[in-house]
Design a protein around this ligand. Structure first.
Ligand code: GTP
Ligand code: MG
Length: 285
């Protein structure tokens, strides 16, 4: 039986740890068991209980303080993640092997992890070897998406993670509760964007003709292949959270392996059938 994982990724401060904590509570309220693993070696605080914490393996502060390494915060994080990639056994032991486990991985925010460094792809491959079905959940702060050129950059960042990780990916705009009513209305056009018409809007923002042509080509590519869509995530809106969860579950086929009971063979002449009992297997005596 498979296990299921959400790899919660996205730029620094986009709301990954808050998402994990909110989603964990949401799953709990649906009586679904789930757990969170912190994979951010620089995490200072988060308000969810952890199943495993990478800081037990390595911490950024220790790396930065090491006189033989002399890393700054970003180099330190890259070092930690490479160390992690060489020690996946630690994660394997922490996860154990419980069938049907549903785990949220709270990842660090350094964007280079999702552009050119191999560690997140290695993690995905390792999880797949452990029979996890993995979905990338890419978060972007909605406040940085209300202008066309910012939106296009956000789309490119999401796309970069998709290309690197090669797993199903659900893209989410976070912190919707912080938007003004005007901005909320404005953002609707970015949730299911028509990139071609967006390109027309943006002409004033892109000053160089050369870049306008490039942006137009990128917009066309994204639109033609329906490559990137965003879903809103408002932690105060249960209904919206459900829709996000359903999309994620669908992408990793969560629930499809739940045991199905064959309906019992019935004689034509049997009267007073209780179909509920038959289908639930309770008709057996
Ligand atoms: N109002 C509001 N604030 C949010 C939401 N999500 C996150 N925040 C706030 O945004 C800040 C950053 O959130 P985090 O969840 O720590 O973001 P992160 O992506 O884990 O950050 P890093 O791990 O540092 O990359 C915190 O102050 C959160 O309280 C949201 O949906 N609504
Ligand atoms: Mg975090």
């Amino acid at each position: 039986m498979p296990r299921f994982a959400q790899l919660v990724i996205g730029p620094a401060g986009s709301g990954k740890s808050t998402y994990c904590s909110t989603m964990l509570q949401h799953l709990g309220s649906m009586n679904r068991s789930a757990q969170v693993v912190n994979l951010d070696p620089a995490a200072e605080h988060f308000d969810y209980p952890v199943m495993a914490d990478i800081r037990e393996l390595i911490q950024v502060d220790d790396v930065m303080e090491d006189p033989s390494l002399r890393f700054g915060p970003n180099g330190g994080l890259v070092f930690c993640m490479e160390y992690f990639a060489n020690n996946f056994d630690w994660l394997g032991e922490s996860l154990g092997h419980v069938e049907d486990d549903y785990i949220l991985f709270d990842c660090p925010g350094q964007i280079e992890l999702y552009t050119h460094l191999p560690v997140m792809k290695q993690l995905v491959e390792q999880l797949q070897q452990w029979e996890f079905r993995v979905c990338g959940v890419f978060l972007v702060d909605s406040q940085f998406m209300v202008e066309t050129f910012k939106f296009i950059s956000g789309v490119m960042a999401a796309l970069s993670a998709m290309v690197v990780l090669e797993i199903p990916q659900i893209n989410i705009m976070t912190k919707m509760d912080l938007l003004s009513p005007k901005a909320k209305k404005e953002i609707e056009k970015y949730l299911d964007p028509d990139m071609y018409s967006m390109m027309e809007d943006t002409s004033d923002n892109i000053r160089s003709k050369k870049f306008k042509k490039l942006t137009k080509a990128i917009c066309g590519l994204i639109d033609d292949y329906s490559m990137v869509r965003f879903m809103p995530f408002d932690r105060t809106d249960e209904e919206g959270m459900n829709m996000v969860l359903q999309s994620i579950d669908f992408s990793i086929q969560y629930g499809e392996d739940l045991e199905f009971k064959e309906p019992k063979e019935v004689d034509d002449d049997s009267a007073d059938l209780n179909y509920d009992e038959i289908f639930q297997g309770k008709g057996d005596t």
